[in-house]
Write a protein that binds this ligand. Structure first.
Ligand SMILES: [Zn+2]
Length: 452
């Protein structure tokens, strides 16, 4: 007698990312109601289960979906608008004016669908976003079949979506209620930074996060300038300020954490604060090199984020994993730091742990949610394969990702996106880019690129 499953994935090698680091050859996975019902061998899966849909994974590697722990999804619209500039010029003369003219629900919806397209194609199944009009970002993620943690950026000054901090907090409260119980989308709290938020807003946002039992993420210690500014404004550097407000605990996540003292690193380890490392964004904006090997030694949990497409300029986590593995070797003069397996652990288990999702996501184990990425190994850059972690971090191209399943649903099969019309997204973005390009005297050429 067979047990019923919705889908079977048979053949291939399963990199489970469980605590033992189990790798299963000739694997078999059964999925039911969005959950991993069974993860083991093909032989046993065939014997025990039957399903209306079977995927073959021969010559493929099956991995848990990647988690992009910090991004600004709609900023895909500003990709390549301005590069190679000092941070203040980049922000004040390009990004902020562009945002001032164009950020609205329409822009964030389509910008997020473009981001979802790029992330799904690169094997990312969950992204943690910080921007404005996050309900529309959640709508785009849900339409794309992608998981998202929404972070309406809370700031002291008027934002495109809220005239006051109180309005911003009210928006997040309504959003937390609206999305309650949604299988893919969940709002969390994201005050922008210690320089853009008053201590009162920082504390009120943390109280709201604790009331709903959700994580609290903030940009922190990204640049030296930020630390000086916060010290001038409040008399304390950012970490001491947050500590004095009683905010630092294991539900707190810092995006960046580039400039940290030894004492601050020890404190973060003690309090269980996680760091999202964004090496490509930090390198491109010349922010500095985050002390990742020291953080890991101090027991700080570290995940990866791409940051927005305006400062990376892509949303593939593979690039950030590879960059991190190399950057910390050259920065420390030690080629043994950040080995490939640890780097891949950070992009899956580490990220799940940072957001309190380790019991649901981050590995392929029975009982967890079915977010499965299939990588085609019949590629010149992946042959031969002695060690899968090495390939994942040092040799893989995002286009080697063949099929993506999120919450048990096929969102991409054999490189074809199944949940939305990719071409429609390109056209909508093209129209917005034409408008923006005109303001900066650039010809975007998108109609020619689309054959129109
Ligand atoms: Zn950011």
């Amino acid at each position: 007698m067979h047990e019923h499953a919705d889908m079977l994935i048979l053949g291939g090698t399963i990199l489970t990312m469980d605590d033992q680091g189990t790798i299963i050859h000739h694997g078999g996975i059964a999925v039911r109601h969005g959950e991993l019902l069974y993860v083991g061998t093909e032989e046993e899966a065939r014997r025990r289960f039957q399903a209306p849909e079977t995927l073959r994974a021969d010559s493929c590697l099956l991995i848990p979906g990647l988690i992009n722990a910090h991004t600004h999804a709609p900023m895909t619209v500003y990709r390549g608008l301005a590069d190679d500039l000092p941070l203040d010029v980049w922000l004040k003369e390009y990004i902020w004016p562009a945002e001032g003219r164009t950020v609205n629900p329409h822009m964030v919806y389509w910008g997020t669908l473009l981001a979802a397209d790029e992330m799904i194609r690169a094997g990312t199944t969950l992204f943690v976003d910080m921007y404005f009009f996050e309900d529309d970002i959640g709508r785009a993620a849900s339409d794309a079949g992608m998981r998202a943690l929404l972070g309406e950026a809370l700031v002291e000054f008027p934002s495109p979506n809220a005239k006051t901090p109180a309005e911003g907090l009210a928006y997040v409260r309504a959003s937390l209620e609206r999305w309650a119980g949604h299988p893919l989308v969940r709002p969390i709290l994201q005050p922008h930074s210690t320089y853009a938020c008053s201590p009162d807003l920082l504390m009120r946002s943390k109280a709201l996060a604790d009331e709903f039992g959700v994580p609290w993420l903030i940009h922190c210690c990204e640049t030296r300038q930020e630390i000086e500014d916060v010290r001038r404004q409040t008399g304390k550097p950012p970490v001491a300020l947050l500590d004095s407000l009683g905010i630092l605990d294991s539900h707190v996540i810092f995006a960046h954490g580039v400039h940290l003292t030894e004492e601050e690193i020890a404190l973060l380890g003690e309090r269980g604060v996680s760091i999202v490392h964004c090496p490509e964004s930090n390198m491109k904006l010349a922010s500095g090199v985050a002390p990742v090997p020291r953080l890991l030694q101090a027991g700080v949990n570290v995940a990866f984020g791409t940051d927005g497409a305006a400062s990376n300029n892509d949303l593939s986590l593979w690039g950030d994993m590879r960059t991190a593995a190399m950057l910390h070797k050259v920065a420390s003069g030690d080629p043994t730091v950040l080995p490939a397996r640890q780097v891949f652990w950070m992009a899956t288990r580490g990220a799940a742990k940072a957001f309190g999702l380790d019991d649901r996501l981050g590995s392929l184990e029975a009982g967890k949610r079915a977010d499965v990425v299939m990588i085609d190994l019949c590629r010149p850059n992946l042959i031969p394969m002695y060690e899968p972690y090495s390939h994942l971090v040092y040799a893989l191209h995002p286009s080697d990702v063949r099929t993506v399943i999120i919450e048990g649903r096929l969102v991409m099969r054999d490189w074809e996106i199944l949940t939305f019309d990719e071409e429609e997204v390109f056209c909508k973005i093209g129209e917005m880019a034409e408008e923006l390009g005109r303001q900066w005297g650039r010809d975007t050429d998108w109609r020619k690129a689309m054959g129109q």
